[in-house]
Design a protein around this ligand. Structure first.
Ligand code: NAG
Ligand code: NAG
Ligand code: NAG
Ligand code: NAG
Ligand code: NAG
Ligand code: NAG
Ligand code: NAG
Ligand code: NAG
Ligand code: NAG
Length: 428
């Protein structure tokens, strides 16, 4: 025990000495927490279950878990409506005693109803703000998007649910067609930008139209940026899985909310754009965007902690951690590599100082060679004890322009003024 503490102190000492790189010498505890052979739901009753299956509204092999966010003891996951037969797109996981875990539609079955524009049509991602318990959900408004006949049923929207107050809707914003196309969009990932103690902006990637959207919560408006850096670049993959070619996908923001990082899915370069630029409409994006460096591989999700950026190297079935110093991706280290349980690391999520992710072997799903009856898991949900919190942790207190910080200078000013006026009285 003592020995352990000593070691801890010593390593802490060397950590301080060698700066943030030292953390990378550590091996992080990483575990598969949930395994899914296929996606099964909790049904209201057996009659509804059988009716849904008979109607073709639940087709197990068309369901795959992609998005994930964790808040308190709940794990929220998304199931894209790329194909027909996905009964609910936003869900939470219900553990099932060693069996395949189940999904429960979130916040309800009704909120996932196809064709009801008050409900979610196809949600790829959401973000949960640990400071407020708000879940920011992006809905493309479209279904059957990977089939020959996509259905553009509803306008794309951003919905904010208050998880602390019975999932009440705090905000619903429909994107106008001239910002987010109602017929071609694939709103994929979202990060939040804090200004003065408030989640003021959301930045959203579009992996179909290659755009970066900005939503301004205070003004309840949206606009977008487009740039060549958002286009896809095809990589030659060394794995049998191949790599899907797609434009801008992963997005992350530094914990000081100064820089947004993004990458096309099938590309190595990581780009940086200051939030100062993004927050204003019509900024000179092209002259402000910078390349930070090449990642080790193509990546889907990106996430910033309090110190490091985390991402997958899809070709290598690996999760990486990187350091960005002075605008350069200066250090990259694999945290885990596993060609059976970490194939296609999709979305990343923080909970406290744990990093969670979904690995779903997506290329096999798209090639229809996933075996949903085998005992082998097709989707794995991992938890990695990275030891640093996510970019949103304590964002409120970290960004608030503190009224208290003005009190001392004010007191000093008053005293000085009093002395001055007292002084001038004396001379009078
Ligand atoms: C998330 O982290 C909190 C502590 O920060 C913990 O109480 C909770 O159990 C974690 N959730 C999961 C699903 O592990
Ligand atoms: C989606 O496509 C399937 C056929 O693949 C079709 O049966 C279904 O009606 C379509 N969904 C909608 C909402 O049109
Ligand atoms: C929470 O919401 C559900 C569904 O909307 C409702 O049935 C329930 O009564 C609500 N609970 C509270 C405490 O408001
Ligand atoms: C925000 O804009 C949407 C338009 O989609 C509107 O329906 C909603 O009422 C607005 N909300 C606020 C708080 O202004
Ligand atoms: C953003 O700027 C573009 C032109 O650069 C303009 O067409 C659009 O209306 C602006 N949007 C908002 C919400 O001001
Ligand atoms: C980054 O990768 C691209 C190919 O995607 C390559 O052309 C470029 O030389 C690389 N840059 C660096 C600094 O390695
Ligand atoms: C891959 O992950 C599984 C589950 O954690 C583990 O049993 C297996 O040993 C790992 N394989 C390698 C090569 O690390
Ligand atoms: C998976 O990795 C192991 C070593 O960890 C290797 O022996 C095996 O050939 C790999 N399998 C595939 C399909 O790449
Ligand atoms: C799927 O796995 C099962 C059980 O291992 C096997 O019987 C079946 O042939 C497999 N199907 C395909 C298409 O590989």
């Amino acid at each position: 025990m003592f020995h352990g503490r000593l070691l801890l102190c010593l390593s802490l000492f060397s950590l301080l000495h060698r700066g943030i790189f030292a953390a990378s010498d550590k091996n992080f505890e990483a575990d598969v927490i949930y395994k899914f052979v296929n996606v099964q739901y909790i049904w209201i009753n057996d009659v509804l279950k059988h009716k849904t299956i008979d109607d073709g509204c639940y087709i197990a092999e068309n369901n795959i878990i992609t998005g994930i966010k964790v808040y308190k003891d709940q794990i929220y996951v998304t199931v894209p409506r790329w194909r027909h037969g996905v009964p609910a797109t936003l869900n939470r996981i219900v553990p099932n005693e060693g069996e395949n875990p189940l999904l429960e539609p979130f916040p309800s079955w009704g909120a996932n109803k196809i064709g009801d524009c008050k409900a979610f049509q196809y949600v790829q991602s959401m973000e949960i703000d640990p400071d407020t318990g708000y879940m920011w959900v992006i809905d493309t408004g479209r279904v059957n998007t990977s089939t020959a006949f996509p259905r553009n049923l509803c306008p794309p929207k951003l919905v904010i649910l208050d998880l602390e107050r019975n999932n009440t809707m705090v905000r619903v914003y429909e994107f106008p067609d001239h910002v987010v196309s109602h017929t071609t969009n694939f709103m994929n990932d979202i990060v939040l930008d804090y200004v003065d103690g408030e989640a003021r902006f959301a930045y959203i990637t579009d992996t179909s139209d290659a755009k970066l959207y900005v939503y301004d919560y205070d003004r309840n408006i949206s606009f977008f940026y487009q740039h060549s850096s958002m286009q896809s670049v095809t990589l030659i993959s060394p794995t049998q899985n191949g790599l899907l070619s797609a434009p801008i996908d992963g997005i992350a923001i530094s914990p000081d909310f100064r820089i947004v990082y993004y990458s096309a899915l099938s590309a190595l370069p990581l780009y940086a754009i200051p939030t100062e630029v993004l927050r204003k409409n019509g900024s000179d994006f092209g002259n402000k965007v910078q390349i930070v460096g090449n990642k080790t591989g193509g990546c889907d999700g990106l996430a910033f902690g309090q110190k490091h950026i985390f991402y997958a190297a899809l070709e290598y079935d690996a999760l990486y951690m990187g350091t960005i110093e002075n605008g350069v991706l200066s250090y990259q280290k694999p945290l885990l590599i596993n060609n059976t349980t970490a194939v296609w690391i999709d979305t990343l999520a923080f909970n406290g100082t744990d990093l969670w992710f979904v690995a779903n072997a997506l290329p096999s799903f798209f090639k229809n060679n996933m075996n949903f009856t085998d005992e082998e898991a097709n989707m794995n949900i991992w938890r990695v004890r990275v030891g640093e919190a996510g970019y949103l942790q304590d964002a409120r207190s970290r960004t608030i322009v503190n009224a208290k910080s003005l009190i001392m200078p004010s007191i000093v000013l008053v005293i000085v003024l009093c002395l001055l006026s007292a002084g001038s009285n004396v001379t009078l």
